[in-house]
Design a protein around this ligand. Structure first.
Ligand code: 16G
Ligand code: MG
Length: 550
């Protein structure tokens, strides 16, 4: 029986000591906190990824170093499982345990416990592929990660500086290479080629696409979109904004998808760049979220968020399935979270099955796998479409009986190639949106008018311990603290079209409050009143109670 190379692990672990005053947690999106505190975490994640690969018989595991839409000084790391999906939930706990072992000795002990409890055969090979976004702290964090790979002795492929969705793509492409399920060439170029080719086929014969402005959040998306453009030819003119990768502090600062969604306005840097009626979109710092928008002729800002993307894309796919003659055997469904605008849920539920799940990509992705074609989007712009293996096989062998059926089938097959089915991908989603708009001859205005968003407001309340707040029913009801849910419902009843829910954040030490109502001022008021209830519940000091929490 092979064993760990204790001497090597010891020597390297001593170079990456755990800070004594920090407790780490592998949360919704992996580890995420100040980049300067993460050195030991990265080293340990290196070993963990290696062990995960051994556990899965040498399948390639992905490691992405990013803190997405967070400020530049933050960083983070997440592990990607062999099919390009998020790390299996039971291993999140192992990651947290390993990261918190106070010293080398206890770290090695924790490794041994993990190896025994999960029955890992150390003689198996291990393979990883890893990448980082453009954060300056990523450089040294990557070398800590590489020390971890060295310590466990795994073969590691460096995918360089790239987007999170490209890393997910690579993981699946590597693991399916040479099999009937082959996902594509296992290189970044292979990814661009696959998307570019599918896009060209899908828009061929459609009217010329007007230039789209892309806010790259001063992040890695700027590099990726520039490369993607080489493969798109002149099919779609893209204008890149916020591409300053070397300006300190510029990443995600007053720009990007998260800024647009939370502020519900145009990034100031785009003010004189976006023409009236022109479509613009914002990526986040690792290019897995996408928000669209346009300014109307009065200069008013219209946001087209993840819910609007879901509505556009799901309806299009339903139409294609119908036109191809497959509607009785291929069922399309949508997955959302409680944050989905009530108007979007109504629009979608009138047309197809809709499921609501807790926040976080892993929940949405897994629920979407239950449909033949599962469309999932979070309101914040993260989402994709997944086609079940059975559906893909059916599309490949189906014999259409009319030319119209044949055309629709061709479009569906090309969509399976255009869409990054491993995870939400801003680049692939942007092309997908443009394909649908081109097919429907929609501008932003027609797209926006599919339904009218209910006014809504999101606020956060800083609490001592967010773990006191527990939810059920896909985060739509609080079960703890006791009695609070009844008070919230009492308030909600007083507002026309009122809806509100409270949940602990998975990424910050805060509680989030969401409210919706028919009138904007009422949505704001409801949100602040519910926030006030939350604030009172946790015994907040009245003197410090924010004034707006009525
Ligand atoms: C993470 C999640 C995102 C979710 C957000 C919620 C992944 C890859 N990302 O960014 O899906 O919307 O957390 O954050 O799962 P919150 O719990 O702080 O509201
Ligand atoms: Mg992101």
């Amino acid at each position: 029986m092979a064993s760990l190379h204790i001497d090597v692990i010891k020597a390297l672990s001593e170079i990456h000591p755990k800070p004594s005053d920090i407790t780490f947690q592998y949360g919704t999106a992996g580890f995420r906190t100040l980049g300067s505190t993460l050195d030991s975490v990265l080293f340990r994640v290196g070993l963990l990824a290696g062990l995960r690969s051994k556990k899965l018989d040498g399948k390639t595991i992905g490691v992405m170093v990013t803190a997405s839409h967070n400020p530049e000084q933050d960083n983070g790391v997440k592990i990607v499982d062999p099919r390009g999906e998020m790390l299996e939930a039971s291993w999140e706990g192992h990651a947290t345990t390993l990261s918190n072992a106070p010293n080398t000795e206890q770290f090695i002990e924790a490794l041994n416990t993990l190896i025994q409890s999960t029955k890992i055969d150390l003689s198996r090979p291990c393979n990883v592929v890893y990448a980082r976004d453009t954060r300056p702290s990523g450089i040294s964090l990557i070398s800590a990660l590489e020390d971890g790979f060295k310590a466990i002795g795994c073969s590691a492929r460096n995918a360089g500086v790239t987007t999170t969705p490209i890393l997910h793509y690579l993981v699946r492409a590597i693991n399916t290479k040479g099999t009937p399920e082959s996902y594509g060439e296992d290189s970044e170029d292979g990814y661009y080629r696959k998307l570019g080719l599918a896009f060209k086929k899908l828009v061929s014969g459609r009217p010329i696409i007007q230039p789209v402005l892309i806010d790259c959040a001063n992040g890695v998306g700027a590099l990726a979109v520039a490369k993607l453009m080489e493969y798109l030819g002149d099919t779609i003119p893209l204008v890149l904004e916020n591409i300053s990768l070397s300006t300190p502090g510029a990443l995600n600062n007053a720009c990007g998808a998260d800024y647009v969604k939370t502020m519900q306005k145009l990034p100031p840097s785009l003010m004189d760049h976006l023409q009236f009626g022109q479509r613009g979109c914002s990526l986040d710092g690792d290019a897995d979220r996408l928000m669209y928008y346009y300014l109307d002729e009065r200069g008013q800002f219209h946001m087209l968020d993840g819910d609007k993307i879901a509505a556009l894309v799901a309806s299009f796919i339903v139409e294609l399935v119908k036109s191809s003659g497959l509607e009785n055997e291929v069922k399309v469904g949508v997955v959302q979270t409680a944050y989905a605008n009530g108007a979007s849920t109504k629009y979608l539920a009138d047309r197809l099955p809709v499921k609501c799940v807790p926040t976080g990509v892993k929940h949405l992705h897994h629920a979407a796998e239950h449909y033949d074609i599962g469309v999932y989007f979070e309101a914040n712009g993260h989402g994709t479409v997944i086609f079940s293996p059975h559906t893909q096989a059916r599309l490949a062998q189906y014999q259409p009986s009319t030319p119209a059926q044949s055309t629709a089938l061709g479009h569906l097959i090309n969509l399976t190639q255009l869409i990054n089915q491993t995870v939400g991908d801003a680049l692939s989603d942007m092309l997908l949106v443009e394909v649908v708009l081109a097919h429907k001859s929609y501008t932003g205005v027609e797209w926006d008018s599919l339904y009218v968003d209910l006014p809504n407001r999101l606020v956060k309340v800083v609490v001592g311990d967010r773990n006191v707040f527990r939810t059920e029913n896909a985060e739509r009801r609080l079960v703890s603290p006791p009695g609070l849910q009844q008070k919230i419902e009492g308030l909600v009843q007083r507002y026309e079209g009122g809806r509100s829910f409270v949940r602990p954040s998975g990424t910050e030490d805060v509680v989030r409050v969401y409210a919706e109502a028919v009138v904007k001022s009422q949505a704001d008021e409801l949100a602040f009143r519910v926030a006030g209830l939350v604030y009172d519940e946790v015994g907040g000091d009245l003197a410090k109670r924010p004034k707006e929490f009525l």
